[in-house]
Design a protein around this ligand. Structure first.
Ligand code: ADP
Ligand code: ASP
Ligand code: MG
Length: 418
C-alpha cells in the first residue's frame, strides 16, 4: 500500500471549518487505499501570536522557552485534526515531534532535523490509522523541544516523506501551486505546472517563502516527489484530478517543459545592508572584517568592496535583518577600531530582487535586460550578485513592488512558455 504525506499550512488549518475540510480531504485519500501521514502547521496567526506574547515579557525571548511556547501551536492543530477525522469515522492518532521522535540538532529556533524514527508511526499506519504529526518541531539530544525556523512545517513533511520513503509529499497551501512570482504582488503571475528542483531551490533561497528552503533541500537530496497544491478547493473533488493539480517539483530537466530563460522572480525583505567605510586598502581587510562577523555566528549574503579615496576602500555586505543590531554593535565596538575604518553605517530599508532560471546557463543578455528594466523605472541598484542560474540586485525597499512587476513584464513571465 503506498504511503502519502500531506502537509497543511496555517491558512489551510485556519478555523475549525477549515480543519473539518482538511479531514474530509484526508479521509478521501485514506478511503482510496493510501496510508496517510498528515503534517499540519499551527492555525494561521498562532505562531506570530505566541512570539508576540513572548516579546511582551522578554525583548529577546529565551530561545529554549520560545520553542516550548511555539510548539503548542502545532500541538493544538494535530489534536483538532485527529478529532475531526474521528468525527468522520476515520481512525486517527496524533503525535508531537518528540513522540515520533523527530531528532534535531541543539540549535533552538532554527534546529535541523538529524533523524526520524518511524517505528511507532509504521505500527499505527499498519493498524489502519491515519497518523498526524506536528510540523515545525522536534527534540534535541538533551530532551528539549526544538523548532525548525519559520515555515518549518514544510521541512517536517518532506523529511518525514523522505525517511518513510513515501510515494509523494503533497504540500497543501492557500495558493494552487508555485507561481512565476508571489501572486499577491503580481496578479498576472502564472502558475507553473512543473518547476525544476534547482530553480525551486534558488527561488526559496532568494526569499520566495512558498516553501521553506530546507524542505526543498530535503526533496532534492532524497528525491522526494513533492507537489504544491491548494487546500481551498472542494475537499470532495475527484482524487485523480486533485493528484495532478498544482505544481510538481521535478528532478529531470528534460521533463521541464517550460524551458524559459527566466522562470521566476523572488524578493526578500529580510536583509539589511551594512557598510564599513574608509578602511586602509591592504591585503587581509575582507578577512579581518568578515572573520569577526563569522566568529559571531552571523551569516553574510551579498558582498562588495570598492575603491575609496586616498588609498582607502569601502566594504559593504548584507546580513539578515534580525542580526542587523548585533552586526552594527560588533562593527562599531570591535571591527571599526581594529581595521581603522573611518565610519560604520547601515540601512534596513533594502530589498533583494532575484531573477531565476536554468535557461540562463545558455543565454546571454539576461542581466543586462534586468538592469535596463530597473533603470527605465529610475530604480538605483545598490549591489549585485550572480550565480549560474540567478541574478540578484539590492534596491531601496520602497521600489520592491514596482521592480518585481516591471521585471515580470520585461521577461514576459505572464505568457505560457514553450
Ligand atoms: P502555508 O501557511 O500554507 O505554509 P505560506 O504563506 O507559507 O503558506 O506560503 C504560501 C504563500 O507563499 C502564498 O500565499 C503566496 O503569497 C506566497 N508566495 C511567495 N512566492 C510565491 C510563488 N512564487 N508562488 C506561489 N506562492 C508564493
Ligand atoms: N507555524 C510555523 C510558522 O508559522 C511553522 C509553519 O507554519 O510552517 O512559522
Ligand atoms: Mg509556509
Amino acid at each position: 500500500m503506498s504511503l502519502i504525506v500531506h502537509k497543511y499550512g496555517g491558512t489551510s488549518m485556519g478555523s475549525t471549518e477549515r480543519i473539518k475540510n482538511v479531514a474530509r480531504r484526508v479521509a478521501k485519500w485514506h478511503k482510496a487505499g493510501k496510508q496517510m501521514v498528515v503534517v499540519p502547521s499551527a492555525m494561521s496567526g498562532e505562531t506570530n501570536r505566541l512570539i508576540g506574547l513572548a516579546r511582551e515579557i522578554q525583548a529577546e525571548p529565551d530561545p529554549r522557552e520560545l520553542d516550548m511556547l511555539c510548539c503548542t501551536g502545532e500541538q493544538a492543530s494535530v489534536a483538532l485534526l485527529s478529532m475531526a477525522l474521528k468525527a468522520l469515522g476515520v481512525d486517527a492518532v496524533s503525535y508531537c515531534g518528540w513522540q515520533v521522535p523527530v531528532r534535531t540538532d541543539a540549535s533552538h529556533n532554527k534546529a535541523r532535523i538529524e533523524s526520524i524514527d518511524d517505528t511507532h508511526v509504521r505500527k499505527a499506519l499498519d493498524s489502519g490509522k491515519v497518523v498526524i504529526i506536528t510540523g515545525f518541531q522536534g527534540i534535541n539530544a538533551n530532551g528539549d523541544l526544538t523548532t525548525l525556523g519559520r515555515g518549518g512545517s514544510d521541512t517536517s513533511a518532506v523529511a518525514i516523506a523522505a525517511a518513510m520513503n513515501a510515494a509523494e509529499c503533497l504540500i497543501y497551501t492557500d495558493v494552487d501551486g508555485i507561481y512565476t512570482t508571489d501572486p499577491r504582488v503580481v496578479p498576472e503571475a502564472r502558475r507553473m505546472r512543473v518547476v525544476s528542483f534547482e530553480e525551486m531551490l534558488e527561488m526559496a533561497s532568494m526569499g520566495s517563502k512558498v516553501l521553506q528552503i530546507r524542505s526543498v533541500e530535503f526533496a532534492g537530496k532524497y528525491r522526494v516527489p513533492t507537489r504544491v497544491l491548494s487546500s481551498l478547493t472542494d475537499p470532495d473533488m475527484p482524487l485523480g484530478q486533485e493528484a495532478k493539480s498544482g505544481t510538481l517539483i521535478t528532478f529531470e530537466e528534460d521533463e521541464h517543459m517550460e524551458q524559459a530563460v527566466v522562470s521566476g522572480i523572488a524578493f526578500n525583505r529580510d536583509e539589511a545592508k551594512v557598510m564599513v567605510r574608509g578602511v586602509p586598502d591592504k591585503p587581509g581587510i575582507a578577512y579581518q572584517i568578515l572573520g569577526d562577523v563569522a566568529a559571531a555566528n552571523i551569516d553574510v549574503d551579498m558582498i562588495i568592496q570598492n575603491q575609496g579615496v586616498d588609498g582607502t576602500t569601502d566594504f559593504t555586505f548584507t546580513v539578515h535583518r534580525n542580526e542587523y543590531n548585533k552586526t552594527m554593535e560588533l562593527l562599531s565596538n570591535q571591527v571599526k577600531g581594529a581595521v581603522q575604518a573611518r565610519e560604520v553605517a547601515g540601512d534596513t530599508n533594502v530589498c533583494k530582487i532575484s531573477i531565476v532560471g536554468i535557461g540562463m546557463r545558455s543565454h546571454v543578455g539576461i542581466a543586462s535586460l534586468m538592469f535596463k528594466t530597473l533603470s527605465e523605472e529610475g530604480i538605483n541598484i545598490q549591489m549585485i550578485s550572480t550565480s549560474e542560474i540567478k541574478v540578484s540586485v539590492l534596491i531601496d525597499d520602497k521600489y520592491m513592488e514596482l521592480a518585481v512587476r516591471s521585471l515580470h513584464r520585461a521577461f514576459e513571465l505572464e505568457k505560457e512558455q514553450h
